[in-house]
Design a binder for this molecule. Structure first.
Ligand code: TRP
Length: 337
């Protein structure tokens, strides 16, 4: 809306596992960190979204702290970005209610992630919260007038819904929201499961043997790497369609070293798969070792984490409160005190 500010970027990653994994790091957090200078950044932990499926309160609390520590360890800088917990900023839920009033039931029913998730548990055991999850996500984005939203391909439809809701509200009630753009992560930053390199690395994958958690020990990582599936043939080549296993290892290597894939391939010319696995295993073991050290240090001081998250929420609420005031005004609510 206003031209005199830096464009805003916003994203969140659910605290639904005991740790984020390598796919989250390279597919999301590394981008988030890189956007902190060019953009005014808002990064948050969507705990309100995490309660739309069955969960344990004590674990959610612990996972939220772990998530915060890992985002900081990944390089989210609380001096430059607002890093906060979603439930600390009540305006998200308040705006979600308003947006619910202009969201069509059929429109929400078409969200493929809801259809997939509810098909897995059966629609009787799916919650209304899971159904309205995309509306809350729209509120997360619109409450900050975000310009850019870095997300994976699986969230593209939710950002599309967000754009539609922003345009609809603007059209009916007057210009209020910035219409955001999705910032889909580059294919080369995508990390696949080490055991099933045709499906993306995901905390919800059945087996954890192919998922490198950021809390793994160097030993665990070395083991996961040794048992990573490779492909038939012997040549080290980047070709995700015929060599998904080796291509995934090359992508991870390239992501870790910031070396272009072609140059990694050249380094391993004439070598065997085993060489690539060992070399990558060593690099990754170092990486998780250092990452784990930093995370544990941050987690050891909860008061400091609370302070950082409170600071992030304060900054977030300044922006979110102003948007909500405008939305309430445009919606025709009588001004309260
Ligand atoms: N739904 C996102 C995911 O599962 C997480 C999320 C919630 C989010 N709110 C958001 C991402 C707002 C970007 C913007 O990955």
């Amino acid at each position: 809306m206003s031209a005199d500010r830096r464009p805003r970027v916003l994203s969140g990653a659910q605290p639904t596992a005991d740790s984020y994994h390598l796919g989250n790091y390279f597919g999301a957090f590394k981008q988030w960190v890189g956007l902190q200078d060019e953009f005014e950044a808002f990064y948050f932990i969507p705990d309100l979204h995490a309660i739309t499926v069955e969960y344990e309160p004590a674990r959610l609390r612990e996972r939220t702290y772990i998530a915060a520590a890992q985002l900081l360890a990944a390089g989210v800088d609380p001096e430059r970005s607002a890093l906060f917990v979603q439930s600390h900023v009540p305006e998200h839920a308040q705006l979600a209610w308003v947006l619910g009033g202009i969201t069509g039931f059929g429109e929400a029913s078409r969200m493929t992630q809801f259809k997939d998730k509810s098909a897995r548990t059966g629609s009787d055991s799916s919650s209304v919260g899971l159904f309205t999850y995309p509306v809350l996500m729209a509120a997360d984005i619109l409450i900050y007038q975000a310009d850019r939203v870095p997300v994976g391909e699986d969230q593209r439809q939710h950002v599309e819904l967000t754009r539609n809701l922003a345009q609809r509200f603007n059209h009916r009630f007057g210009d209020t929201f910035t219409v955001p753009q999705a910032h889909i992560v580059k294919a080369t930053a995508k990390i696949y499961d080490l055991q099933d390199p045709t499906s993306k690395m995901s905390g919800s994958n059945q087996s954890h043997a192919g998922v490198v958690d950021l809390t793994d020990t160097p030993k665990q990582v070395a083991k996961k790497l040794r048992s990573a599936v490779t492909d038939s043939g012997a040549e080290i080549r980047f070709d995700p369609s015929t060599k998904p296993g080796v291509s995934n290892l090359l992508s991870i290597y390239s992501a870790l070293t910031d070396e272009p894939i072609e140059s990694v391939v050249r380094d391993f010319e004439g070598k065997q798969y085993g060489h690539l696995k060992v070399a990558l295993g060593d690099l990754l073991a170092d990486f998780v070792g250092q990452f784990g050290d930093r995370t544990r240090e941050l987690l050891a001081d909860r008061a400091e984490l609370d302070r950082i998250l409170a600071g992030g929420a304060d900054r977030a609420r300044e922006v979110a409160g102003a948007t909500l005031d405008l939305v309430y005004e445009r919606s025709g609510f009588v001004r309260g005190r």
